[in-house]
Design a protein around this ligand. Structure first.
Ligand SMILES: NCCCC[C@H](N)C(=O)NCC(=O)O
Length: 462
């Protein structure tokens, strides 16, 4: 017994980091598809005759089912009731189905004549695929968070979460940097010698990767079963079963709401921004469309190293609430400088993107590992799901808002099918989200002092 207690599966470094590698790879594949359309925006307008509103609607579809059908909340409850194996595999299957539909719509393998509810049918079909995928990738996200808590609690929790996010962001980086070259590789050479990119090709690549990611998660389910058996054998304290009243306990917690609010405000200024960042580079900084994705790709690149770095710092030194405040301040500065009519040079945009990468490392590295300090473990699935649900309002609403603002107020030439926009107003909107996020981060620090969540304390128990 003593011998066994000393060596649980998660006591083995190789085992717990190996588990992390498997599940983080699944998330990498999910993040790749999430952002793969962003660098293609100018091509969608030129080849498929989409406009910014079409793109905004399509992008907002990510949150449709999560928000309106409460899929994320059901996902969280299913996660707490059925466990990580069933929920994670279901999420992987949803991601694959959603991606397949999106690919078929964009490639023209499935077509419906005319419009649906006044929208181009291709946009609607692709959007429905993206909405199904959105359910899958979000539920996969909460499942993976719970898996990390299961394996790393009392150990390098924030570092592990940071590394998982860093790996996932590698997917975003690939989406930004590889998409256009890949689409060109399979493109058509035009009579004037130029290459017309093949828009569906990167989506097909995502589909293949998602299938591989699902296999990775399938392998994890066997390891997870063994770990559960070992915990049962050891008579380790078992989690109490989930009860419906747990939802009320979570939403009655003020700390939970502050984290959820910070999450929606901060992420509304980052992920939706990324969807338009390539277009911003083309329109404001006059970067060539085929290279413009490289600058936003720097954002996830920076987070690769910095999220685990700040996570490790939080594990060892604490200061979680302060880290979130600094991140929100940097976010405001960057978006404000993007909005101002100064230094319209590619190098300045690159510099701002790198700083945004630092901000985007600081806040997530402290925010996600702070949730288990505010919410008990048995309610964690529900808590993460509720936070993601609140966040999805932003991930859904903000891209549509920005698409509408661009189409209505920012067109420079007044023509549909061309991409000439003034991004000043959208960038002020993103700055506004940053200001609100800072305000909430300050409230969170005050609440932490009052309630003693321990957000400023290290995670590693000595
Ligand atoms: N581009 C993927 C969006 C995933 C959103 C997810 N709800 C989330 O916030 N994950 C944590 C993160 O920082 O990526």
């Amino acid at each position: 017994m003593t011998e066994k207690l000393e060596k649980m599966m998660n006591d083995s470094k190789a085992m717990r980091w190996g588990v992390l590698t498997l599940v983080a790879f699944t998330m990498l594949c999910g993040y790749f598809l999430t952002d793969v359309m962003a660098p293609l925006k100018p091509m969608l307008e030129a080849q498929l005759l989409w406009d910014s509103m079409d793109y905004g609607i399509f992008t907002s579809a990510y949150g449709w089912f999560n928000v309106f059908l409460l899929m994320l909340i059901f996902g969280g409850i299913i996660l707490d009731k059925m466990g990580v194996r069933f929920t994670g595999m279901s999420a992987c299957i949803l991601m694959v189905i959603g991606c397949a539909l999106k690919y078929c719509a964009i490639a023209g393998h499935i077509t419906i004549d005319g419009t649906i509810l006044g929208m181009k049918s291709q946009v609607v079909l692709a959007a429905v695929g993206y909405a199904i995928f959105g359910v899958g990738v979000e539920i996969a996200g909460i499942t993976v968070s719970k898996i990390i808590v299961k394996w790393f609690k009392g150990k390098e929790l924030a570092l592990a979460m940071g590394l998982e996010m860093a790996t996932a962001r590698l997917g975003t980086m690939l989406a930004m940097s590889v998409t256009i070259p890949f689409a060109k590789l399979f493109g058509t050479t035009m009579p004037d010698g130029s290459i017309q990119p093949d828009i569906p090709a990167p989506l097909l690549l995502c589909l293949v990767m998602l299938c591989i990611g699902a296999v990775g998660f399938f392998i994890y389910t066997f390891i997870d079963r063994k770990f559960d058996e070992q915990q049962n054998e050891e008579n380790m304290e078992q989690e109490e079963p989930f009860r419906a009243k747990d939802i009320f306990l979570v939403i009655a917690n003020k700390g939970f709401w502050l984290i959820a609010l910070l999450c929606v405000l901060f992420y509304s200024a980052v992920f939706p921004f990324l969807k338009y960042a390539t277009d911003l580079m083309v329109n404001k900084y006059e970067v060539d469309a085929s290279l413009a994705g490289m600058i936003p790709a720097l954002l996830p690149l920076g987070t690769l190293f910095l999220t685990p770095f700040f996570g490790n710092l939080y594990d060892r030194k604490g200061k979680g609430a302060t880290i979130m405040i600094i991140g929100a301040m940097m976010l405001i500065a960057v978006h404000f400088l993007f909005a101002l009519p100064l230094l319209n040079e590619w190098w300045f945009a690159t510099f701002l993107m790198i700083v945004l990468g630092v901000a985007f490392s600081l806040v997530p590295s402290a925010m996600w590992p702070s949730v288990p300090k505010v919410i008990p473990e048995k309610q964690l699935g529900t808590a993460y799901a509720l936070i993601f649900w609140v966040q999805n309002w932003g991930l859904m609403g903000v891209p549509a808002l920005i698409g509408w603002v661009l189409n209505t107020y920012c067109r420079l030439d007044g023509e549909v099918g061309t991409s000439a926009y003034d991004y000043t107003l959208p960038m002020y909107i993103f700055t506004g989200f940053g200001v609100a996020a800072l305000f909430v981060a300050l409230l969170l620090k005050r609440e932490d002092k009052k309630c003693g969540y321990g957000l400023e304390e290290p995670n590693i128990q000595k």
